[in-house]
Design a protein around this ligand. Structure first.
Ligand code: SF4
Length: 85
């Protein structure tokens, strides 16, 4: 069974399939000013604590999600439409 982390960020429902993630870090490097993801102690992507941080740049954030080489990050918009990958 997959280990899925899910959060709603700026109206987008974002999930990370942590079993798929291989720790390339593209989503972290390309996060723009989003700063949504970070590595845990195992080198797998997790959500960063965004308390007090400004709203994300949605386009930069989606580009970062789409850059995942194994499509471990799935983003749905407010209508439930998949916008990444
Ligand atoms: S880009 Fe994908 S594989 Fe790389 S760290 Fe992020 S979620 Fe994991």
């Amino acid at each position: 069974m997959s280990e899925i982390d899910e959060q709603v960020i700026s109206g987008l429902t974002v999930s990370i399939d942590r079993d798929l993630c291989v720790g390339f870090g593209d989503c972290i490097d390309l996060g723009g000013d989003g700063d949504v993801f970070e590595f845990d102690e195992e080198g797998i992507a997790v959500f960063r604590d965004r308390a007090g941080l400004p709203e994300i740049d949605q386009e930069a954030f989606l580009d970062a999600c789409r850059a995942c080489p194994v499509d471990a990050i799935v983003v749905l918009d407010g209508d439930g439409e998949q916008v990444a990958p």
